[in-house]
Ligand binder design. Structure first.
Ligand SMILES: C[S@@+](CC[C@H](N)C(=O)[O-])C[C@H]1O[C@@H](n2cnc3c(N)ncnc32)[C@H](O)[C@@H]1O
Length: 283
């Protein structure tokens, strides 16, 4: 138990260190999810998921960081509340819309009332937690009945496992260019940040236990746990297939979408081609 508590503390401490470091050297803001095409995609998802809500008074963004989701959603609600543990990240949130409130708190233990929020988000967040189940429990508690939790960019365990298998059977020189890149992305945590900027790679690994220790999320396990908590409907969507970035930039446009449609039509057989999971859980 005390070992668990030590690990939990270490995870929090590493998160504060890594995020304050990255935002301090202006690197966090360069994360791929800030690219305009991804912002457009996430805005579309937010519009889709909020269109059916009966109330749009308050939403909460867990692990809000520098405000990626807040910037894309503040006009959809009367008030947006951002929760995070890293002050340096929160200091970057654009508060100019006037309806944004920031609270420094653990996402697993917030100071909010039961049934308070109409909508909740957690983007690029769950893999940073010591135990994502504690967070889902808290999200369920603060959501109103009928409220929706949207959590995205969660590493897919099936993908990471297939990269582990590939790295076990293929020597580096036997790997295709794509596989070399993908294996490195999936398994190597932060050595480039260490080499380039002096960020402690061990701390980066400790800040993402959902990726480095658990090797990502198993979709059915998350859905089953959400059901157990009481979420009425639970859904998973698969996103960002291997090498999609290459196909997005091909001319004429449209290849990336055709490949995605094909792989989506083959789910769950093609699940291991997708790097991330998006969960949509309705209380
Ligand atoms: C990868 S960043 C994502 C930030 C933002 N959602 C985005 O998409 O850019 C993860 C954030 O989670 C925060 N965080 C980590 N553990 C947390 C916890 N237990 N409670 C609240 N925030 C946490 C970190 O401080 C960091 O700002």
């Amino acid at each position: 138990m005390s070992n668990d508590n030590d690990l939990r503390e270490k995870t929090l401490e590493s998160n504060r260190y890594v995020h304050s470091f990255l935002v301090g050297i202006n690197e966090y803001q360069k994360s791929p999810h800030f690219r305009p095409e991804n912002q457009q995609k996430v805005r579309g998802i937010l519009l889709r998921l909020t269109s059916g809500l009966s109330n749009k008074k308050q939403m909460i963004d867990f692990g809000c960081g520098t405000g990626f989701i807040i910037a894309l959603s503040h006009d959809l609600f009367d008030e947006v509340v951002g929760v995070d543990i890293t002050r340096e990240m929160m200091a970057q949130v654009d508060l100019s819309p006037g309806n944004i409130k920031l609270v420094e708190a653990l996402a697993e233990k917030t100071p909010f009332a039961e049934n308070q929020f109409d909508f909740a988000t957690a983007y690029s967040f769950m893999d940073h937690l010591f135990d994502y189940r504690e967070f889902l429990q808290e999200a369920y508690r603060v959501l109103k009945p009928g409220g929706v939790l949207y959590t995205d960019l969660n590493p897919n365990r099936e993908f990471i496992h297939s990269m582990l298998q590939a790295s076990a059977v293929l020597e580096p020189e036997q790997r295709s260019v794509i596989l070399r890149r993908e294996i490195e992305g999936a398994l190597d945590n932060g050595s480039n940040y260490e080499q380039q900027f002096g960020l402690d790679a061990t701390a980066l690994a400790q800040a993402e236990p959902g990726k480095t220790l658990a090797k990502g999320f198993q979709a059915q396990e998350v859905l089953d746990y959400a059901k157990l908590l009481g979420f009425r409907t639970v859904e998973v969507e698969y996103e960002w297939y291997v090498d999609q970035g290459f196909w997005v930039n091909q001319q004429p446009e449209g290849y990336a979408q055709i490949i995605d449609q094909y792989l989506q039509s083959m789910l769950p057989v093609s699940a291991h081609f997708y790097k991330y999971l998006r969960f949509i859980l309705t209380k």
